[in-house]
Write a protein that binds this ligand. Structure first.
Ligand SMILES: Nc1nc2c(c(=O)[nH]1)N[C@H]1C(S)=C(S)[C@@H](COP(=O)(O)OP(=O)(O)OC[C@H]3O[C@@H](n4cnc5c(N)ncnc54)[C@H](O)[C@@H]3O)O[C@H]1N2
Ligand code: MOO
Ligand code: MG
Length: 421
């Protein structure tokens, strides 16, 4: 995270800022509402006039005019008078309360309008006061906040027809592998379609990045080196998939070396995604994600996410950490910390999480329903249904880092592990 940099800010129209990250602090430039207004369709009155009103002795007021929202009364409300007022209209001078239409009797007498009120009304009844929602000067949002429909409503309220947002980091995505086919190609012996590039593109877009999806490339050291050099010119962050392990055709480690990139780490004691390699080069990022689809997915959520989000000053850039009860046994031993693709459901009485399918790093089907990762600390023998586990979710706002719950990465969690069978 010491290498994080912000790629700049830009001004975008309000109509195009949803889901972007706010780059300015926002405070109220005026009171909301900006004037006292009526929350009902009714009559603006002077409450004192109703002091003696009752069922048997209604008070009668002369209606001077009618104002709808957007209009300002021409008259003042003096004793013995009322102004018919619609929801949202400014309270006329002299009025200190509103009585709803349904609570008065309306009548015409010699071409003049009157109302009868059979109850007392208190001063300030049914008035939305200037500033009751927001006072001028109130701090409303900080730079780094994701722009939601609610924030857009607030931005519009204060007249921001354009909004300053952080530039989307440009994420280039290049899949490597001689076995790869384009999605529109028929299967051929020994070949598979490239799924990682499209998956990672969708993940990066969901994080708020701009994506450049490149044509996949064969495992060839020299041409891959050229491709990566070219792609890096156009990207702030370049994600490659595949070719990062120890095989004869896994050239990414050699390419980082040839580039002179600073490798921050290469391989991690975790499953899947153990081969994940991250390097920085001339202020840019290189993520070498696994070719195995599930390992690739996990590497992207755990390592790309915090970089993309921090470069837009999002305050909690890591996945959201929650507790949940395991909905099924997970009998596999875990020599390393394991991130199990899972389905997390928020039940009325707590979270339940269940593995999403075949738990192999080459599996693609287990990604289908997965909305989270069960975190099983290393050194455990397997887990029983009903155990409390830590879960990471990539939906919604993230969690403070480091995830400090004892459920994450602490060996104390082994207490709930299943006995070796
Ligand atoms: N002797 C060892 N072998 C392997 C090790 C190891 O430590 N020692 N690590 C294993 C682990 S763990 C993983 S994960 C993989 C990582 O492999 P690479 O990142 O080098 O990826 P590839 O070898 O290129 O491909 C692996 C696998 O994924 C398929 N693949 C590749 N790209 C795509 C794509 N774009 N879409 C869909 N599927 C893709 C590829 O066909 C392979 O089946 O290495 C293990 N080996
Ligand atoms: O990176 Mo490999 O799972 O550890 O699949
Ligand atoms: Mg390989």
């Amino acid at each position: 995270m010491n290498h994080i940099r912000v790629w700049g800010t830009e001004e975008v129209p309000l109509t195009e800022c949803d889901n972007r990250i706010l780059a300015q602090d926002l405070s109220a430039s005026h009171d909301v509402p900006p004037f006292n207004r009526s929350p009902y369709d009714g009559f603006a009155i002077n409450s004192k006039d109703t002091a003696d009103a009752s069922e048997t002795q209604p008070v009668k007021l002369h209606v001077l005019e009618t104002i709808g929202a957007g209009h300002v009364a021409a008259n003042k409300v003096k004793s013995g008078t009322a102004i018919r007022i619609m929801t949202g209209a400014q309270i006329p001078d002299g009025a200190d309360a509103v009585i709803m239409l349904e609570l008065v009797k309306e009548m015409d007498e010699s071409g003049k309008s009157f109302i009868e009120i059979k109850r007392t009304v208190k001063s300030n009844d049914n008035i939305s006061f200037q500033g009751e929602d927001t006072k001028e000067g109130t701090k409303l949002a900080e730079a780094g906040t994701r722009i939601t429909p609610g924030l857009i409503a607030v931005l519009a309220t204060f007249g921001h027809h354009t909004v300053s947002v952080f530039k989307k980091p440009v994420v280039g995505i290049l899949s490597t592998g001689t076995e790869l086919l384009d999605v529109n190609e028929p299967l051929q012996p020994g070949k598979i379609r490239n799924s990682n590039a499209y998956m990672v593109a969708a993940q990066a877009k969901a994080m708020g990045a701009a994506v450049n999806l490149y044509q996949h490339r064969e495992d060839d050291l020299d041409s891959l080196y050229e491709n990566i050099t070219e792609c890096l010119k156009e990207s702030d962050i370049l994600i490659t998939t595949g070719g990062v392990s120890v095989g004869d055709y896994d050239y990414l480690p050699a390419i980082y070396e040839k580039l002179g990139a600073e490798v921050l780490f290469n391989k991690i004691a975790m499953r899947p995604g153990s081969v994940t390699t991250v390097a920085v080069h001339k202020g840019k990022w290189l993520f070498g994600l696994s070719g195995n689809p599930s390992a690739c997915f996990v590497g992207c959520e755990l390592f790309v996410r915090p970089v993309v989000l921090s470069s837009m000053k999002v305050k909690k850039p890591h996945c959201k950490a929650v507790k949940a009860v395991l909905g099924a046994d997970f009998p596999k031993p875990n020599p390393f910390t394991r991130f199990v693709r899972a389905v997390l459901t928020e039940e009325f009485d707590g979270n339940v999480v269940t593995p999403a399918g075949l738990d192999k790093s080459g599996s693609v089907s287990s990604l289908l329903a997965a909305n989270s990762l069960i975190v099983l600390p290393g050194g455990t023998r397997g887990w029983e249904k009903g155990s409390e586990v830590g879960v990471l979710s990539w939906n919604g706002e993230g969690s403070e880092w480091p995830w400090d719950s004892p459920l994450f990465f602490k060996s104390s969690a082994t207490k709930t592990a299943v006995k070796q069978q």
